[in-house]
Design a protein around this ligand. Structure first.
Ligand code: GLC
Ligand code: MG
Length: 257
């Protein structure tokens, strides 16, 4: 066993089955202690909603928190987001202009203020109209020269982000900063905002939990890769299944019980 970079989404990936979460936590904290493995939470939640979750569920303290769909990176012990990442995201990003254009789309409903961050403008958009609205919105934004990306998740959440910022690109940034190669990196997810993990890190190992959303499953089925594992089990139990599959963790020895 050796060190690895463990990057996981929270809602409906790490969190969703408390029993399995407790088991996975035990494996991960032991691995971190013995081999220095690094635990990263990459979530759509803002820091505020992340803190709320920590009061509701028993989560290990991560080494790095990547909130707001990859648009900020907090190393343990720091209260401010990593400045190098912020400066990458700032290039060609104009939040006011994004919001002004989005305001012309009546089907978009602005998410609560806590979920609006300097590099993320978030809305609710009904699944029934999403396929028609998203291409129009994207072209309206791009026509104004805005270098953005749209991330649609769970048939409900729309995030407009700088082109440089998502969970996948944040993970690549961390691999370089920590000097951990892709084959020692594993990323786990369940929905649209996790797609960039797998699209932008084809060499890294990916785990899709068994309860994943159709938007992620469809992409996975159309783009199969031996580096990506679709678990049978849900949430943390699916992560554990994947970590065993890739050999990041070893099967507990029954004789040792
Ligand atoms: C989380 C965030 C929300 C975002 C969604 C999808 O639910 O709170 O703002 O739209 O993730 O990324
Ligand atoms: Mg999720």
């Amino acid at each position: 066993m050796t060190q690895f970079l463990f990057v996981t989404d929270l809602d409906n990936t790490l969190v969703g089955n408390d029993h399995a979460l407790a088991r996975l936590n035990q494996h991960l904290s032991q691995h971190r202690e013995e081999y220095g493995s690094c635990i990263v939470y990459a979530t759509g939640r803002s820091p505020t909603l992340y803190r709320q979750l920590t009061t509701e569920r028993l989560l290990l303290e991560p080494d790095i928190l990547v909130p707001s769909v990859g648009t900020a990176i907090y190393f343990k012990g720091t209260e401010t987001p990593d400045p190098e990442w912020i400066s990458k995201l700032s290039q060609n990003w104009n939040r006011e202009q994004v919001v002004a254009i989005a305001a012309h789309f009546a089907d978009l409903q602005t998410q609560p203020p806590d979920e609006q961050t300097p590099f993320k403008a978030s809305y609710f958009l009904a699944e029934t109209v999403a396929a028609a609205v998203l291409p129009k919105l994207e072209s309206a934004l791009k026509q104004q020269g805005l270098d953005i990306q749209l991330v649609y998740s769970s048939g409900r959440d729309l995030d407009i982000l700088p082109r440089q910022g998502n969970k996948g690109s944040a993970t690549r940034f961390l691999q370089q900063r920590l000097n951990i190669p892709p084959e020692r990196t594993v990323m786990c997810g369940d929905s649209g905002n996790d797609l960039s993990f797998f699209q932008q890190n084809q060499e890294a190992r990916g785990i899709i939990v068994g309860n994943a959303q159709p938007e992620l499953l469809e992409w996975h089925q159309a783009n199969p890769s031996p580096n990506r594992y679709l678990a049978h089990s849900h949430c943390a139990a699916g992560i554990l299944e994947g970590l065993l599959h890739f050999g990041f963790l070893s099967q507990p020895n029954p004789a040792a019980k």
